[in-house]
Design a protein around this ligand. Structure first.
Ligand code: FE2
Ligand code: FE2
Length: 279
């Protein structure tokens, strides 16, 4: 009942968009089906602009392959079906922004930062695959994009209040809207029928410990993204939330020295890749 009321308020306040067409088509494909493989190639290759952007990511220093990936069939072979599929969804997210001003650029930069940082945390802790972590990081704040698309002025005020009142964003979102970006994200994930892993990360990247009533299979990846988010907010990568001061590295079983080492590496890598990915 409570959920229904919240849903009604949300639908009245925020315009939940459809999944971008290319991502929608790709989502319906199944991994171990040869026809799907061919369809994935075709769908992406048909949209030249999209294919070019996807190839840029596939060739980015993140993937660090020796050989340049020239086309989508090659990318499929090298990066793999599942990752390429997830990258299509993640790349579509940039198109989801109705405008792309300074604030939106910061949001996108934050997502890129969390993506890269999550993959580094996954590499160090071995509790998730680095490719999974990258995609989950890219998509984790999709709820913010949707709120910002529908009520940009109000959302800007919420960010201003966060700075003025020195409080956490989530708290002010709840107060001003009656819901926060994880609730919106959760609704979108369901509406878009996103893979469960992505849905859980979008819903629980600020929740710790992971809720008991949920399947614990996704607890680790959610925690990786949560800690990466704290690191980026602390460093002021993309968005700055000076009130998220705690970096809960212990929950990932890494020491403070290991964390500092990782942050050092992350800063170097992000600086190197940022312009490439943002352009
Ligand atoms: Fe978030
Ligand atoms: Fe975030």
């Amino acid at each position: 009942m409570q959920e229904e009321i919240i849903e009604r308020i949300i639908f009245k306040t925020v315009d939940i968009p459809s999944l971008p067409p290319i991502a929608m088509k790709v989502m319906s494909l199944i991994q171990d089906d040869y026809a799907s493989l061919k369809s994935l190639e075709e769908i992406i290759s048909r949209d030249q602009g999209f294919a070019t952007r996807l190839l840029r990511i596939a060739n980015s220093p993140y993937y660090g392959r020796d050989r340049k990936i020239e086309n989508i069939p090659q990318a499929l072979l090298i990066i793999g079906f599942e990752t390429l599929k997830s990258l299509v969804i993640a790349t579509s997210l940039r198109d989801l922004h109705r405008r792309f001003g300074i604030f939106e650029q910061r949001l996108w930069e934050h997502s890129l930062g969390v993506a890269l940082c999550s993959s580094l945390l996954a590499m160090v802790t071995h509790i998730a695959t680095t490719d999974d972590a990258l995609v989950c990081g890219l998509i984790h704040d999709v709820g913010k994009t949707v709120i910002n698309n529908t009520i940009p002025e109000l959302y800007m005020q919420i960010y201003d209040r966060m700075t003025k009142e020195k409080r956490m964003l989530l708290e002010i979102e709840d107060e001003a809207l009656g819901f926060n970006h994880t609730v919106i994200g959760s609704l979108i994930s369901k509406k878009w029928k996103l893979p469960e892993k992505l849905e859980k990360v979008i819903t629980y990247h600020h929740t710790y410990p992971y809720p008991d009533h949920e399947d614990q299979a996704y607890a680790d990846i959610c925690n990786v993204v949560r800690v990466a988010d704290q690191i980026c907010l602390n460093l002021g990568i993309g968005l700055k939330d000076p009130f998220t001061t705690n970096i809960d590295h212990e929950s990932l079983g890494i020491t403070e020295e290991e964390l500092n080492e990782l942050i050092g590496l992350f800063k170097i890598k992000f600086d190197k890749q940022k312009d490439f990915l943002l352009s």
